[in-house]
Every structure is written in structure tokens, then in C-alpha cells.
Design a protein around this ligand. Structure first.
Ligand code: HDE
Length: 749
């Protein structure tokens, strides 16, 4: 084929690709009125193409051999193809984020339910028919880019809204408070939690001396510590966790009226976690567990969704709380200021390229749009500096806003110029304002033309390095959090603290922590102490030269008052949280343990019932390949006992079938699968001969246990029927899975 012809074909292919993109059906991501995706499409280059070329477009005729002086001779410096290829490879990595390095992201859109004009003039919160494109990046904080997803850690929850008025970034976490009250402590906190500097151990874990040393000297972290030691820090899925803006922000309406606002994300799949034992095992079996889960859910069309909630506080009520609205270690309990759900976010498309999008996306708390403004929260103020600064080094200069994923869909005109990696070719003579040579363009936009004007907060103050006494109560909300947990969750917090502090080798650090925990809750402290074989010290021994902000003059501390005399806030717990009343089994992964000779109806009918309820069914068998039922049904084995693992599934079913069960009985891994599931309080079902596998695994102790009852759920989370399959068994299995865990089976701590 002549070169000319080939070129035509390539051009045709490219045009076809573009065409395909714009003709894609809804849900494919492209072409569903998502302006950001259309913008990104301009940069997409499908892997493959026709001829291999250099970066200069020169076709490469040999990609297997470098240019040498003779076939056994040295490589020649002249080999520009080799040099370009190796040089580019050498520079493939950019510095990972100093925190939140491990991340996973997705595209989607946000829609407001009704106009919020009364509270904010933000354009994307006005019209319910408008879909604002978003890109969301979830992350852990402490671990490196390649670390495990299931670390006990805070999860980042950063949302970039590509609004018509420019990018708005809500850079939040899955925990509504933070460790410290002032940004100046952030580098210390992060140095303490990261692997220790002398030996770079441990990776993605807070269970070590330097972290707890710092925390034990930082009483303001106690509320956050309660959250991080709770099951919130080991979510079952990124799709099943809340998000929070943490700081108090401001909404400003078109009349210039300001109100305080706290942001929340409420997941439609509810709040769920794994157990710490599972988390540690998943970290080995599938360190990409959360990333894979998010990716697969979107690929399957099970689009994760969250509702955006706001707590709005009138300016006149700023001082009507028993805590300071500017203090990022405090929440506004939902029982005091209800969360109003104002819109929904749907994530419906995976990135095309991890590096180009998930890695290169740059969030910044300072990216706000008219109608949203800051407060003087001293942590937020520090973040306003940090995010732009960090991108300059991480993304290599001041032009990272031109990287496709960061580019706003709103038109961008200014006089900022040049710098490393500038892509835009700015035409024209002027690069300043005011100017007359270009008719004054681009000119300032008045507030009547959507120009951003900062809220004119009145400030009349002395310059000081001090913390307001209203920031000094470090324990009331920690206590409120602990008391609001179910007994099961309290036990998990106790166990988490025993684990973490048990890994601390310096005894005085443990003691200081026990002292602080006793200020939160005496029982909590004594149970942790019991596990550590230690006693709670009566008073805090000050280490040499210790000077900590919590070490304040008690006379300066405001009277300790729990928020509005609250004893508990049910919205803080995960189990029986009133905000998430509807339990669903949607997207839950159910493992069917099977081998050749399974009862066809027992497998197929149960599968149908579960899939109708929205769950995913996977077969786990002694080997991979295909399995044949007693009546000839052929199914694929999705996992073998080697490639699958109990901790990767939510519930288990052993269908009837004499031969199948006999083969599983000969497979020691099948029993350990079920025993782990039992220990992790998950639902297990069996039908007909499948019950014998439960018996041989030691889960059904008395052989006649099932016959003695006519209940399908004969023990919490254990469902069985002597029949091969009955619809009532399937229905009961669905109800039991919907309870997620059967905590009655968990031994008390
Ligand atoms: Fe961040 N944080 N942070 N942070 N943060 C970063 O920015 C920082 C804080 C959060 O997926 C960095 O681009 C300071 C609170 C998320 O790309 C850096 C302080 C909250 C992400 C930075 C805080 C967050 C970051 C590192 C204390 C919850 C990941 C790389 C003053 C409200 C965003 C980067 C993504 C990332 C600084 C505290 C959330 C260094 C100085 C509080 C979700 O700029």
C-alpha cells in the first residue's frame, strides 16, 4: 500500500474514533452532554495507531535492535531512536503526592435537586436540569502510590466540579474532623505518621511509635483519633462511605448575604466497613481491593452515587454553639443542624488513562466559584496556600492548569504567560491589563458579570500567634463520638487502639495515650489498658521540653460542655445509622462454592434471585475452567480456591449436589473459606447436600441442628434448607445479606 493511501486510512481512522466518541450511547461517558468529557476527547489518542513513530513523527523501522557498529559491536551514540525512547522512559515518573499518594478516580456529574438561589449564587447550584461534570479522586493519606487500599487511614474524597463559572474543588475526607487545629502543625503530623525516617518502616500504617508519640502530645487530635480508630477508617468500598468538607465554608447569595455552610456527601449504598482482620488479609490478597471495586462497579453500570448535603448556619448564630465553628476538630451534630440533601452526584465513567487523569489531576481548596467563600478556620487558611504550591513542584511548573484533566470548561482568558511546558499559543501584542491596544480585553468582570468578589468580612484585630480559648475543649466531642457508637463499634475502637498502641514500643507513649483516652471515656481507657497489660496513669508526666497547645492554662479553657447537652448523636454511628435506613444488597459479591455435579436448579435459581436483588454472583471452585451440573448446566469457574479468597466476598452459598459437595469436602480450602466467613460474621447459605459442607467445616456442630428448627435462618446469618432450592430460601438469603454482618456471632472484647 502506498504511503499516501495509508495516511488517508489513518486520518479516516482518527476521524472515525472521534465520530464514535461523539456518537457513543448515553452511559458510555462521552457524548452525554458532559462538556468535560467532550473537552478531554480532543486529547485522546487510542493506543495502537498504525506505524510506530518517534515523538517527532518519524516512522521507526526496527524496534528490536539498537544501532550498533557491527552485530556484536558497541551501540552508537547516533541512535536517536534509542536515545529518545530511553530518555522518555527515564523521565516517566513524577513525584508522588506528599500525602494522599494512593488514589483512584472516576468521572461523573452532579445535579442539584432545586435552586439554592436563596443561599448561594453559585451557578451550578441553581438549575436542576443542569448536569455539572465532576472528576472525583479518592485516596488514602499516609501510604505511597503503590500501597494497599485497606490501610487503617482517613480516605480523601476530592471532587472537582467543572462548572460554567470555572472549577470548584471540594477537597474533603471521609471523616468530618481533622487531627490538628492549625496548619502550622501539618508537616509535623505527616512526618509523624509516614514511615519512620531512619528505616522507612512501616508503610501505610499509623501503628508505630512516631505517630502515637505525636498524638499523645496533641490532645486536640483526640476527636479525630476516635474516628480513625473506628470502622470508618476501613471502608468496605469507596462507594459506601460518607464524605465531608470538614471546614466551615460560606455560602453567599446574589444580595451579598453570607451564611456558614458545612458540606456532606451521603452514599446511596449506605455506610459499610470491613473488620480489621479482613482489612489486613485483603491487603495481601488484593491490595487494589478498593480501586478494583470502584472500577468494576462503573464498568458494570452500577454507578456509585452520593447526595450532597449542607448544614447551613445563619451568621447571627455563629456563637450559639458550645464549640467554635472555625475549629476543624469539631462537627455540628446533625441533630442540632440537620443536613439538607440538595443534589446528587453520579460517577459513571472510568478514566481512560490513570496517569493523565488520576495522577495529574490537581485539586486546590482555593478553587472556588462566586457564591462560595472561605472562613477563618486556621487549618483551611493554611490549605489555601499549600495546594497551589505543591502542584508547582509535583506537576513541574505553573502551567498545570493546561493539563487536560485540570482545564476548566469555562473560557479562560488572562495575561499569565509562558513558563515550563506552556501549551497555549497566546496570540496578540498585549499581555497586560489595563490596555488600550486590545480594546481593554480581557477586562475585569464586575460582580454583576459573575466576577468573584471575596466576602467583605470585617476584621479588626491584633497580629498574634495564639489560639482562641474557644478552641480549647479537646474532649467533649471525642466523648460524644464514642458514646454514640453501638456496642459493637465501641469494641472495634477498643481493639483498634489495642492493636495500634500494642505496636508502639516506647512505654511512656502508651501511658500518655491511656491518660488522654481516660479523658475521653474511662471505660474505653481501662479496656485498652487491659489489652496492653498496663495501668492508666493518674497524672500526665510531662516529657522534657514538652510544649503542646493542649497544655493550656485551665482557667483559659471554656467550660466543658457537650454540644447542647447531647448525650449521643445517632448520625455518628455506622450500624443502625438513622440516615441510612434502607439496607440493600446491590453490588454485594456473593461466592457460590461449587464443583462438578452441582444441582442445576439450586445454583441457577439462587443466582437469579440474587441478581434480581442487584448482587453479583461469582463461582469459586477447586479449579478454574468450566463446571458441569448434574443435569448438564455448564458454568465458568470465576475463581479457584487459590485465586479467590474468603475476605474478598460478602456472602457465601453452597448449593445442593452430592458430587459437588463431595469434591468440596476433599478441598481443605473450602472449609477455611467458610470458617473465615463465619468469623467475619458474614451470611452463609446452603441447600440440600450443601449443608454437609457446613458440618464438615465445623460450622454446624450438631448434625441435626437444622432439622430441629423450621426457621430458614437457623442461626444469625446462617441460612439453610434441606430442599435443593426453594424461593423462600433465596428470599431469606437476600434478607440476611441485607443485614451485612451478624454481629451476634462476634466474640466480645
Ligand atoms: Fe490536604 N493536601 N492538607 N487535607 N488533601 C494535599 O495536595 C494540606 C487536609 C486532602 O486527590 C496535598 O495535591 C495541608 C484536610 C485531600 O489529589 C497538599 C493541610 C483535608 C487530598 C495538602 C491539609 C485534606 C489532599 C498533597 C493542613 C480534608 C488529595 C498533594 C493545613 C478536608 C487530593 C496535593 C487529591 C492533598 C496539604 C489538611 C484533604 C500537600 C497543608 C483537613 C482529599 O497540598
Amino acid at each position: 500500500m502506498s504511503k499516501g493511501k495509508t495516511d488517508e486510512r489513518i486520518a479516516g481512522n482518527n476521524a472515525k474514533n472521534r465520530q464514535q466518541i461523539s456518537n457513543s450511547p448515553p452511559n458510555s461517558g462521552y457524548g452525554e452532554n458532559n462538556q468535560k468529557l467532550d473537552d478531554l476527547a480532543k486529547n485522546i489518542e487510542d493506543a495502537g495507531g498504525e506505524f510506530l513513530t518517534t515523538n517527532q513523527g518519524v516512522r521507526v523501522n526496527d524496534n528490536q535492535n539498537s544501532l550498533k557498529a557491527g552485530d556484536r559491536g558497541p551501540t552508537l551514540l547516533e541512535d536517536f531512536i534509542l536515545r529518545e525512547k530511553i530518555t522518555h522512559f527515564d523521565h516517566e515518573r513524577i513525584p508522588e503526592r506528599v500525602v494522599h499518594a494512593r488514589g483512584s478516580a472516576a468521572h461523573g456529574y452532579f445535579q442539584v435537586y432545586e435552586s439554592m438561589a436563596q443561599y448561594t449564587k453559585a451557578d451550578f447550584l441553581q438549575d436542576p436540569s443542569v448536569k455539572t461534570p465532576v472528576f472525583v479522586r479518592f485516596s488514602t493519606v499516609a501510604g505511597s502510590r503503590g500501597s494497599t487500599d485497606l490501610a487503617r487511614d482517613v480516605r480523601g474524597f476530592a471532587v472537582k466540579f467543572y462548572t460554567q463559572e470555572g472549577n470548584y474543588d471540594l477537597v474533603g475526607n471521609n471523616i468530618p474532623v481533622f487531627f490538628i487545629q492549625d496548619a502550622i502543625k501539618f508537616p509535623d503530623l505527616i512526618h509523624a505518621v509516614k514511615p519512620e525516617p531512619h528505616n522507612e518502616v512501616p508503610q501505610a500504617a499509623s501503628a508505630h511509635d512516631t505517630f502515637w508519640d505525636f498524638i499523645s502530645l496533641m490532645p486536640e487530635s483526640m476527636h479525630m483519633i476516635m474516628w480513625v480508630m473506628s470502622d470508618r477508617a476501613i471502608p468496605r468500598s469507596l462507594r459506601m462511605m460518607e464524605g465531608f468538607g470538614v471546614h466551615t465554608f460560606r455560602f453567599i447569595n446574589d444580595k451579598g448575604k453570607a451564611r456558614f455552610v458545612k458540606f456532606h456527601w451521603k452514599p446511596l449504598l449506605g455506610l459499610h466497613a470491613v473488620l480489621w482482620d479482613e482489612a489486613q488479609k485483603i491487603s495481601g490478597k488484593d491490595p487494589d481491593f478498593h480501586r478494583r471495586d470502584l472500577w468494576e462497579a462503573i464498568e458494570n453500570g452500577d454507578y456509585p452515587e452520593w447526595e450532597l448535603g449542607v448544614q447551613i448556619v445563619e451568621e447571627k448564630d455563629e456563637f450559639s454553639f458550645d464549640f467554635d465553628l472555625l475549629d476543624p476538630t469539631k462537627i455540628i451534630p446533625e441533630e442540632i443542624v440537620p443536613v439538607r440533601r440538595i443534589g446528587r452526584m453520579t460517577l459513571n465513567r472510568n478514566p481512560d488513562n490513570f496517569f493523565a487523569e488520576t495522577e495529574q489531576v490537581a485539586f486546590h481548596t482555593g478553587n472556588v466559584v462566586p457564591g462560595i467563600d472561605f472562613t477563618n478556620d486556621p487549618l483551611l487558611q493554611g490549605r489555601l496556600f499549600s495546594y497551589l504550591d505543591t502542584q508547582l513542584i509535583r506537576l513541574g511548573g505553573p502551567n498545570f492548569h493546561e493539563i487536560p484533566i485540570n482545564r476548566p470548561i469555562a473560557p479562560l482568558h488572562n495575561n499569565q504567560r509562558d513558563g515550563y511546558m506552556r501549551q497555549t499559543v497566546n496570540r496578540g501584542q498585549t499581555s497586560y491589563e489595563p490596555n488600550s491596544l486590545r480594546g481593554g480585553c480581557p477586562f475585569q468582570a464586575g460582580t454583576d458579570m459573575s466576577g468573584f468578589a471575596s466576602h467583605a468580612e470585617r476584621i479588626d484585630a491584633r497580629k498574634i500567634r495564639e489560639r482562641s480559648p474557644s478552641f480549647h475543649d479537646h474532649f467533649s466531642q471525642a466523648t460524644l463520638f464514642f458514646k454514640s457508637q453501638s456496642e459493637i463499634e465501641q469494641n472495634h475502637i477498643i481493639k483498634a487502639l489495642r492493636f495500634e498502641l500494642g505496636k508502639v514500643e516506647t512505654i511512656p507513649i502508651r501511658e500518655r495515650m491511656l491518660f488522654l483516652l481516660a479523658q475521653v471515656d474511662k471505660q474505653l481507657a481501662s479496656k485498652v489498658a487491659e489489652g496492653l497489660g498496663a495501668a492508666i496513669p493518674a497524672k500526665l508526666e510531662k516529657p522534657v521540653n514538652m510544649s503542646v497547645p493542649g497544655d493550656v492554662d485551665p482557667k483559659k479553657v471554656q467550660p466543658k460542655r457537650v454540644a447542647q447537652d447531647m448525650e449521643v448523636s445517632p448520625a455518628l454511628r455506622m450500624i443502625d445509622n438513622p440516615n441510612f435506613p434502607n439496607e440493600t444488597i446491590k453490588t454485594r459479591k456473593i461466592a457460590f462454592l461449587v464443583s462438578d455435579g452441582f444441582d442445576d436448579a439450586a445454583l441457577l435459581d439462587m443466582k437469579q434471585t440474587l441478581m434480581t436483588a442487584g448482587a453479583l454472583v461469582m463461582t469459586v471452585a477447586p479449579r478454574l475452567g468450566v463446571l458441569t451440573g448434574a443435569n448438564g448446566t455448564v458454568v465458568k469457574a470465576d475463581f479457584s480456591f487459590l485465586t479467590g479468597s474468603s475476605v474478598l466476598f460478602d456472602a457465601f452459598y453452597v448449593p445442593d449436589g452430592e458430587a459437588s459437595v463431595a469434591s468440596l469436602k476433599g478441598e481443605p480450602e473450602a472449609a477455611s473459606f467458610l470458617n473465615e466467613a463465619y468469623k467475619h460474621c458474614k451470611t452463609i447459605a446452603a441447600s440440600g447436600a450443601g449443608i454437609e459442607l457446613l458440618a464438615s467445616a465445623g460450622i454446624v456442630t450438631a448434625a441435626d441442628e437444622i432439622s430441629r428448627t423450621d426457621k430458614l435462618e437457623f442461626r444469625p446469618g446462617l441460612v439453610a434448607s434441606r430442599e435443593s432450592y426453594a424461593q423462600s430460601l433465596g428470599d431469606q438469603f437476600v434478607r440476611s445479606i441485607a443485614r451485612h454482618r451478624h454481629w451476634e456471632r462476634e466474640p466480645a472484647s
